[in-house]
Design a protein around this ligand. Structure first.
Ligand code: GLC
Length: 551
């Protein structure tokens, strides 16, 4: 079995991890300083969100140079030292490839915007204005506002799926594709252990661009609905596989919203373009398709279970599932999946238990292992995240009051997941000696790595114990997934099964005790429980328990 199927991946947000210079933002030297901590989590790979040179309009997802480290993070020498030191600890470094778009400060775009006939003129998506001078189509960018920006210099509009500072590359141009593959191979030669591939579903544009039926008061339609997963996209992706990843000892995981289960086999696995694919149905339960924060739909634990069941089923014989509940774009999971008033420590352990025991490779997101919750800031101006500002403005346009719009921000802002790491109980939680770029949580005196390391009952030690369990019990890696109590809206329970072993995992999502048919425990012994004194047949509020049977 490939190494990355047997490991745990840690998603690290460098800007918020550890500052060593007093600048208020994290750096590579800070990651090197904390390698012992990373090793103590039992992980085998660290996915770094983008560290390439960037004006940071979208915190690195706007790349100005694919082969340079951003000076705020450090130097290439420091990056190489990180690769080496991490490798000595058995940890691979996974890079984030942002290939749908670049920064508007990327020299390719700076050249492209100059005229219609320069060598880079067709590297981006340029179109003439409509007759009245307005944008070529009524598409709304993912961060809000038109997906088109007028460029006076060239006398045309350019397309940007995200912010106007993130112009979309023209993948139909073979020179563009080659430049991107070369950039990926540059990092493989440096020793990268794999890639997370950003926003890949948008790379192929339709042949004809046309207006869509408006889905909001602004008269626009989401660009996602008009361009995501355009037929023909797989030709590019298979070319990417041949040119970059095939036959190498690395893994690839693509961020791919909206790939249906029947198409999955072309995307992942033996005949697919990637090893794994992040799909979002279980973290976007309230959003069908486009993520519009002010229009969440109601959902239940049964919906969550159905989404997880579908991905387990879809990757049963082909491909491999990247298990995740948090990332740098999503709210904290302990603030998302539970009833009001839930005990955060217990809720965090419930999520950790599922993360480390489903079939697939767990991706734990920075701070999740310490139990961070969402953080509400008073004013929208206090938020850094570019999409927060777009979503807030959209909510007001849709007729919500300022208070209602702020409630959406509090629930869904991407800054919820981007607050600085809390290392100890000193000022700014040991993250920086300067002014942190986002505030640290107010409860950092007890929710920090040093404090939790010393507390045997902490969330951190629960995560460490689960990581050990994955190593000790190969059935957690190899075993099939078989759901139990599928009809329950309180408990999520499943077996992991091989010919010789069986593990049963049961978690209770609710703030009250739930009883169950204890015959499922026949011949089983308790391996691990989040609360002392687990009793057969009853799950206490927010309890997690792992049982085992030798066959
Ligand atoms: C992905 C990233 C997100 C970024 C966007 C544009 O969704 O995860 O953080 O803003 O792509 O690159």
């Amino acid at each position: 079995m490939e190494w990355w199927k047997k490991t745990i991946v840690y998603e690290l947000y460098p800007k918020s991890f550890q500052d060593t210079t007093g600048s208020g933002t994290g750096d590579i030297a800070g990651i090197r300083r904390r390698l012992d901590y990373l090793q103590s989590l039992g992980i085998g790979a660290v996915w770094l969100t983008p560290v390439c040179r960037s004006p940071m309009v979208d915190n690195g997802y706007d790349i100005a140079d694919y082969r340079e480290i951003d000076p705020s993070y450090g130097t290439m020498e420091e990056f190489e030292a990180l690769l080496k030191e991490a490798k000595e600890r058995g940890i691979g470094i996974v890079m984030d490839l942002v290939f749908n778009h670049t920064s508007d400060q990327n020299p390719w775009f700076v050249e492209s915007r100059k005229s219609k006939d320069n060598p880079y003129s067709s590297w981006y998506i340029w179109r003439d204005a409509k007759e009245d001078g307005s944008a070529p189509t009524n598409w709304r960018g993912i961060f809000g506002g038109s997906a088109w920006t007028w460029c006076e210099e060239r006398g045309q509009y350019y397309l940007h799926t995200f912010a106007s500072a993130q112009p979309d590359l023209n993948w139909a141009n073979p020179d563009v594709r080659k430049a991107l593959y070369d950039a990926a191979n540059f990092w493989i030669e440096k020793g990268a252990a794999g890639f997370r591939v950003d926003a890949i579903t948008y790379i192929r544009k339709p042949d004809v661009f046309k207006d869509g039926i408006p889905d909001g008061e602004d008269g626009m339609v989401s660009v996602h609905d008009m361009t995501a997963n355009t037929p023909g996209i797989l030709e590019y992706l298979h070319e990417w596989k041949r040119e970059v990843s095939e036959g190498k000892n690395i893994f690839t995981v693509a961020e791919a919203n909206g790939v249906s289960a029947d198409e999955l086999k072309y995307w992942v696995g033996r005949d697919g373009a990637f090893d794994m694919l992040f799909e979002f149905s279980h973290v976007n339960l309230e959003f069908k398709g486009v993520e519009t924060w002010c229009k969440p739909n109601p959902w239940t634990i049964s919906d969550l279970k159905a989404a997880l069941r579908a991905s387990q089923e879809a990757t049963r014989t082909n491909g491999w599932y990247p298990i995740f509940f948090e990332n740098h774009d999503k709210p904290r999971s302990n603030s998302h999946y539970f009833e009001a008033g839930a005990d955060m420590r217990k809720a965090s352990k419930v999520i950790g238990t599922i993360l480390y025991t489903l079939r697939g490779t767990p991706f734990v997101y920075q701070g999740q292992e310490l139990g961070y919750a969402n953080m509400a800031l008073d004013s929208v101006d206090d938020y850094d995240d570019i999409s927060t500002h777009g979503q807030y403005a959209f909510a007001l346009e849709e007729g919500l009051s300022k208070e209602e719009a702020m409630a959406c921000v509090h629930a869904y802002s991407r800054d919820n997941a981007r607050t600085p790491m809390q290392w100890d109980d000193t000022e700014n939680a040991g993250f920086t000696t300067g002014v942190p770029w986002l505030p640290v949580h107010s409860q950092y005196r007890t929710e920090n790595a040093a404090y939790e390391s010393a507390d045997p009952d902490s969330i951190l030690n629960w995560y460490r114990r689960l990581a050990q369990l994955r190593k000790q019990e190969p059935v957690l890696t190899e075993g099939d997934f078989e759901e139990v109590f599928a009809d329950s809206d309180d408990l999520f329970a499943y077996r992991r099964v091989t010919e010789s072993e069986e593990i049963l995992v049961i978690v209770n999502f609710k703030n009250h005790a739930v009883s169950y048919d204890e015959s499922v425990l026949d011949g089983m012994k308790i391996l691990l429980s989040s609360e002392p004194g687990t009793a057969p047949g009853i799950m206490r509020a927010l309890e997690a328990a792992i049982w085992k049977k030798e066959k």
